[in-house]
Design a protein around this ligand. Structure first.
Ligand SMILES: C[S@@+](CC[C@H](N)C(=O)[O-])C[C@H]1O[C@@H](n2cnc3c(N)ncnc32)[C@H](O)[C@@H]1O
Length: 283
């Protein structure tokens, strides 16, 4: 698996420098969690990226490597749709791990994630975005898709009411083989994510369309040998430089400081990894 440490370092450097300029607004985000409208705020997009990007990108690298192994020799251009893509760490993980396999990526998200402009650019990047609520997709969008990704998003999408319709659209595909890269928001404890059952509706719709799978959708994995080891045990290239951690000069000066989400450490351990790869085929 290839964890592109130079890319992640540059990305963190860009976001960190930009976030420091917003220091006067930090207290407004002391109690903000990754949910709902929070993603629409630029300052929060930076904070979220600093906290989660390296860990989630690493998890998607693991999934991308597994996908590559399943695909084997693959000569066509893989069509990828990611639902709730955010700043699209999954795209970069595929780019850095699919090797010679060509792919086209479309990221769907109801939020625009304007801070994507701080992600280091590469001339070969091939991605596009569609900013809409998943509940408003129409069937044409998904006809050619080989790989569907739910990157830490299926619970949010289910709760916003868009998942049943999406399941029916996915199941209308004319493909004979489709993959799902599901990554769940983990409870941080050694038990299954409560969002795991959200995929059931997609599974049922596929079965009705004649698909079957040998993968077990009730199983998820974490990586690194044992639950809650450091991410450096998953990839020795994983490294979150101390100089890019958020330190606040006002720490301790207000009631808001207790449990402040701005100075919370970034995710550095595998307890927030929880993923599965499911392959569905039909005759
Ligand atoms: C936890 S974030 C994950 C972001 C990104 N995939 C990652 O790994 O960092 C969930 C994302 O799903 C998006 N989302 C939630 N419900 C949605 C819906 N119904 N339609 C489109 N996007 C949705 C949110 O805007 C947010 O960007």
């Amino acid at each position: 698996m290839n964890y592109n440490a130079a890319f992640v370092d540059e990305l963190l450097g860009n976001f960190h420098a930009s976030f420091l300029k917003n220091e006067h607004k930090w207290c407004d985000f002391a109690r903000v969690n990754p949910e709902g409208d929070a993603y629409r705020k630029w300052v929060y997009q930076k904070l979220y990226t600093l906290r989660y990007f390296p860990a989630y990108y690493l998890e998607y690298c693991v999934l991308a490597e597994k996908l590559k192994a399943r695909l084997g020799q693959y000569d066509e251009c893989l069509q990828v749709a990611s639902f709730g893509c955010g700043i699209c760490p999954d795209y970069y993980a595929l780019r850095d791990n699919l090797g010679e396999i060509e792919f086209e990526y479309t990221g769907y998200d109801s939020c625009r994630w304007s801070m994507r402009k701080l992600v280091p650019k590469d001339n070969s990047d091939n991605l596009s975005f569609c900013h809409l609520n998943i509940g408003a997709l129409d069937s044409v969008d998904l006809d050619d898709v080989d790989v569907f990704i739910f990157p830490k998003s299926i619970g949010d999408i289910a709760r916003s009411g868009g998942l049943e319709r999406l399941a029916r659209l996915i199941a209308r595909t004319e493909k004979k083989r489709v993959f799902f890269l599901n990554s769940f928001i983990s409870s941080g404890r050694n038990e299954k994510s409560i969002d795991l059952s959200c995929f059931d509706g997609v599974h049922e719709a596929l079965i009705k369309s004649g698909f079957g799978t040998e993968d077990d959708r009730s199983k998820t994995s974490y990586e690194g040998g044992a639950f809650d080891v450091g991410l450096v045990r998953v990839s020795s290239d994983f490294n979150y430089p101390e100089r890019l951690m958020i330190n606040c000069e006002r720490e301790g000066s207000s009631l808001l400081c207790e449990g402040c989400n701005v100075i919370k450490r970034p995710v550095m351990r595998n307890r927030f990894m929880e993923y599965q790869l499911l392959e569905y085929t039909r005759p």
